[in-house]
Design a protein around this ligand. Structure first.
Ligand code: G6P
Length: 609
């Protein structure tokens, strides 16, 4: 959802900015731009499309200087054109800035500024910020002008600002959109997340909402919007550069699908005590007494994380005996949710920055609920704002379509089920069983991944179909929805994810020989019912690809293609059944020649509502 990079220091800014934009490109790729102090003035270049377009445009131009800002855009206000691309500037072309977020009151402010004689060159909400600073700067110095501007704008923003009349500094500000400051030996790098920062330093300062920083090549001064100095801690990042790179894979998505065994191993490492059948969750230690008395859990999340939550509902209700509701965060925040002190609201978020999920957590806090986070990005806003939580430790996920974060979320939910279940009535025997089976999952995942080529062939066979039905029951119903989401996201193929039993109440009307069904039919407590559903599809000439449990020979006679996965505990099946669906979507997209890691119109981290 738009990516910002900035650099101030002793090195050439342009290569750092361009490298940073590439690493942030998954946040938006409608257009990109840079502003660099070069030869005493700010040189700005912008281009429509991916960062590579900007790179082509800049190629051969002499842009040299040690201070600059850059942006890759995911359009909200105004089409993805060059004039709407960031950086934006004021009338005099002194103030240049990049912005991630939405300025909600931009219309009123724009009208006032136009009356005062300002001329706008874009349709964006962002541009008003540059003009407002210009207006205030007529009376006061830059920093004060920025403070006054921030007091007037409402909405969300991560901002980085340079001013030709004030060389030697960058001003950054944060309200609702992430901004991280990397502290280097010889300067500072700022970015919307740590991906561009890890290459230069592991020392970072996470700006909080309502904070602003003035940076020179040697110092940083952080204040709040009320102009009061704020002392911030320097944190250490534990992700390595190698982890954030493709390592020879053609796409991040394939790399991340393949990394799932390690991601789950990292999620459960040191947390499972199999002989005692318990989960040790250090992040929940301080709230363990509260969690013992919880009567209800409400999961709030979006996209793939929402489907992880739905699997969690089945786990938590069946094994921990706690009523669990799962809500789209974007809905939760606008209705009047009934919460009390016996309810925990659990935010599941890979990025920890999704605006809707964050807003839901804030609402839950206001209502007095305990808030917990299942978050992958350490130090992200949701991780910091929740009362307690569990980190995924899945490593950086760059591909826009979430894969390893999803299975790691499922493994954390299984740990949470153990943790809460053993605080309640779950027996030692059941606890041990879950713990032992969970520990085996990475090994079973590797067995599926070894068969990736077979799945590739099936995907190629079906890649020309333009509609799919994805069906699953019980634990695999959310997986059907996640599988459908994957193929929609990266292959642009229409797919409906449905509970198998609901098929006969509507979607069955769609089925014919051109509308294949992906049926998750693992050998579990609902297997027989699932088989009946498959028969209903076959009776209507529908083609069926089944995800079945290894050893199930019967199903082969019934369906067109089968992908086998190993047997595990029913509750943990989703950790395995989703992998063929991820690979199926991936290979479909590849065979269509699509840009798997940057699907059109999407962004990895959606930091606007
Ligand atoms: C975006 C991404 C999805 C992701 C969702 C939630 O829509 O494209 O892949 O599942 O946000 O993201 P989160 O970081 O909160 O898990």
């Amino acid at each position: 959802m738009c990516g910002i990079v900035g650099y101030i220091g002793k090195r050439e800014a342009l290569p750092i900015l361009m490298d940073g934009l590439k690493r942030l490109e998954y946040r938006g790729y409608d257009s990109a731009g840079i502003s660099v102090f070069s030869g005493g003035k700010v040189v700005t270049e912008r281009a429509v499309g991916k960062v590579a377009e900007l790179e082509n445009k800049i190629n051969g131009k002499k842009i040299s200087g040690c201070i600059g800002i850059a942006h890759t855009r995911w359009a909200t206000h105004g089409k993805p054109t060059e004039k709407n691309a960031h950086p934006h500037c004021d009338c005099q072309k002194n103030i240049f800035l990049v912005h991630n977020g939405i300025i909600e009151n931009y219309k009123e402010l724009k009208e006032d500024l136009e009356k005062a004689g300002h001329k706008f060159s874009s349709e964006t909400d962002t541009e008003i910020v540059a003009h407002l600073i210009e207006e205030y700067e007529k009376q006061v110095p830059l920093k004060e002008a920025v403070w006054r501007t921030l007091a007037h704008i409402s909405g969300t923003y991560g901002l980085a600002i340079v001013d030709q009349k004030n060389p030697g500094k960058i001003i950054i500000a944060r309200n609702g959109s992430p901004l991280v400051l990397g502290v280097m030996e010889d300067g500072y790098i700022i970015a919307s997340d740590i991906a561009p920062i890890v290459c230069y330093t592991d020392r970072v300062i996470y700006l909080d909402d309502g904070e602003m920083a003035e940076l020179t090549d040697e110092s940083h001064k952080i204040t709040n919007f009320k102009r009061k100095k704020v002392e911030k801690e320097i944190s250490k990042i534990d992700w390595s550069v190698e982890e954030a790179e493709k390592k020879g894979y053609p796409h991040f998505m394939l790399k991340e699908i393949t990394e799932q065994p390690e991601a789950v191993e990292n999620s459960i490492r040191g947390r499972l005590v199999a002989p005692e059948g318990i989960a040790k969750l250090g992040g929940l230690r301080d709230v363990a007494e509260k969690t013992r008395h919880l009567k209800r859990i409400v999961v709030v999340s979006c996209g793939t994380s929402y489907y992880a939550g739905l699997v969690g509902k089945y786990m938590l209700e069946e094994y921990a005996g706690i009523r669990t509701d799962v809500e789209h965060a974007s809905e939760f925040r606008y209705r009047k949710p009934l919460l009390d002190e016996n309810t925990a609201v659990v935010a599941i978020s890979q990025s920890g920055e999704t605006a809707d999920t964050l807003a839901a957590i804030r609402e839950a806090k206001n209502k007095g609920a305990l808030t917990l986070g299942i978050v992958n990005v350490v130090g992200s806003t949701i991780a910091r704002e929740t009362d307690a939580g569990v980190y995924n430790h899945a490593g950086p996920e760059i591909g826009v379509a979430s894969t390893k974060a999803f299975t790691s979320q499922l493994s954390i939910l299984a740990l949470l089920t153990l943790f809460l279940g053993r605080q309640r009535e779950m027996s030692l025997v059941t606890g041990k069983r879950i713990a032992e089976e969970l520990a085996e999952i990475p090994h079973l995942m590797r067995r599926i991944l070894k068969k990736a080529n077979d799945i590739k062939m099936i995907a190629e066979k079906y890649s020309e179909y333009s509609n799919f039905l994805y069906l699953g029951r019980k634990y695999n119903y959310p997986i059907a929805m996640e599988g459908a989401l994957k193929i929609k996201e990266i292959s642009y193929v229409h797919a409906e994810g449905y509970p198998f039993g609901e098929m006969k109440h509507g979607p069955i009307a769609l089925i014919d020989k051109n509308f294949p069904t992906m049926a998750i039919a693992t050998s579990d407590s609902v297997y027989e019912k699932t088989l009946s559903g498959i028969q209903e599809v076959k009776a209507r000439s529908g083609k069926v690809i089944a995800i079945a449990t290894k050893g199930d020979r019967e199903i082969q006679k019934m369906v067109d293609d089968v992908i086998y996965i190993p047997k595990t505990l029913e509750m943990l099946t989703p950790l395995l059944s989703v992998i063929p669906l991820q690979l199926f979507a991936y290979y479909c997209a590849v065979s269509k020649g699509l840009d798997v890691d940057k699907p059109r119109n999407l962004a990895k981290s959606v930091t606007v509502e």
